[in-house]
Design a protein around this ligand. Structure first.
Ligand SMILES: *Cc1c(COP(=O)(O)O)cnc(C)c1O
Length: 367
């Protein structure tokens, strides 16, 4: 068999999901590190887990595993539409936000189209651009490592189709001030779609942050991506959603596989939305952990960026791999950022009290 002749031309640009230490499931980490207890602070997972109401709803849905799910998830869409003040036609569900990022690329990108991506941001924008054989155009960050909208505007050409913004941004935790977004959207040509990934929306606490959902009804070419994987603690079942112009939503429906969002996930997401008390709890836990980590970083003299997510970007002024390895020896896994050319920084997820305590103790031992 000649695999080279079978695969698409874009194949050399694609990479399988890496399975470095930071990406391994907890059980595998325990084996590799030979530890009974490991703290995985590399995935931005919720340390709280779903509420009992969510688990109950999902258990109930298991009794109907023989049935196909509702293809468009009407009941869940109704709840989201009500919460977000949008029409159901402006909303579609997806098999996680990652799935939606791929669907957007498949719906809109032709070979050679250009996609503008900030230099330091979530990696799936680049992966789906490569998947379609489109051309990534990187925009540099501001000196404070936040997203530079001016640099993005300067890179728009006749070939630009999509612009990816992550707000709050993973891995820096920075936000784009709301006042900058509207001015930016006014400058973007109407044949370009601006995708705003709000995976960490619920965690954002900067006064200058605001969701971009409102720009959909104002007629701007924006498409907002959200997920149930982070604050809602449902990463395992894969469910997210997108909000945009009804015509954009309809275009994605032309491409989407009919049953991409499973019934268990739909049931869990609906129950999760209806349990906002649990969301408040998750925010409070994150807030507390954030404060403890800021104190640690201040104490040891490491520069961190104020975060609007459930993770912190920290610049240690020294080789990040060394710190990563020393933490791993102690059963703590964080994320290095060398893929972005950042040799001195780490991204640390804000874990539960036990995880944060273990991290703080470990850092004090290491330095
Ligand atoms: C975690 C994350 C996602 C992925 O969400 P899923 O719904 O689990 O696919 C998307 N975007 C950003 C910025 C993320 O950090």
């Amino acid at each position: 068999m000649q695999l080279q002749k079978l695969v698409r031309n874009v194949y050399p640009n694609l990479t399988p999901y890496t399975c470095q230490l930071a990406d391994l499931p907890i059980e595998d980490l325990k084996k590799v590190l030979n530890k009974d207890k490991v703290y995985k602070l590399s995935f931005n997972e919720s340390p709280l887990g779903p509420s009992s109401k969510v688990i109950e709803a999902m258990q109930k849905s298991l009794l109907e595993l023989n049935l196909y799910p509702d293809s468009t998830g009407e009941e869940l869409k109704e709840e989201i539409s009500r919460m977000e003040g949008i029409d159901k036609s402006q909303l579609l569900l997806s098999n996680g936000a990652d799935d939606l990022i791929v669907l957007l690329a498949q719906t809109f990108l032709e070979l050679e189209d250009e996609v503008i991506i900030p230099q330091i941001t979530f990696v799936q924008y680049l992966a789906s651009t490569h998947l379609m054989g489109a051309k990534p155009v990187f925009a540099p960050m501001k000196p404070d490592l936040s997203i530079d909208l001016k640099a993005i505007l300067e890179r728009i050409t006749e070939k630009t189709k999509l612009i990816f913004l992550c707000n709050p941004n993973n891995p820096t935790g920075t936000i784009i001030p709301d006042s900058e977004i509207e001015a930016f959207l006014q400058e973007v040509p109407s044949n370009v779609l601006v995708i705003i990934d709000e995976a960490y929306h619920e965690y954002a606490d900067s006064e200058e942050y605001s969701s971009s959902v409102k720009y959909v009804d104002k007629g701007f070419p924006v498409f907002v991506v959200r997920t149930f994987s982070k604050i809602y603690s449902l990463a395992a079942v894969r469910i997210g959603y997108g909000i945009g112009d009804a015509r954009v939503v309809d275009a994605i429906h032309h491409v989407r596989p009919p049953f991409n969002v499973n019934a268990v996930a739909q049931a869990g997401a609906l129950a999760a939305l209806r349990d906002q008390e649990h969301v408040e709890q998750a925010i409070a836990l994150n807030q507390k952990g954030k404060t403890q980590l800021y104190e640690l970083f201040t104490e040891v003299g490491w520069k961190y960026i104020n975060t609007n997510g459930n993770f912190i970007f920290v610049d240690m002024g020294r080789d990040s791999q060394e710190i990563f390895d020393s933490l791993a020896e102690r059963g703590i896994i964080v994320r290095t950022l060398t893929g972005y050319g950042l040799e001195h920084s780490l991204r640390v997820s804000i874990g539960d009290e036990e995880g944060i305590h273990a991290f703080i103790q470990a850092i004090k031992e290491i330095i």
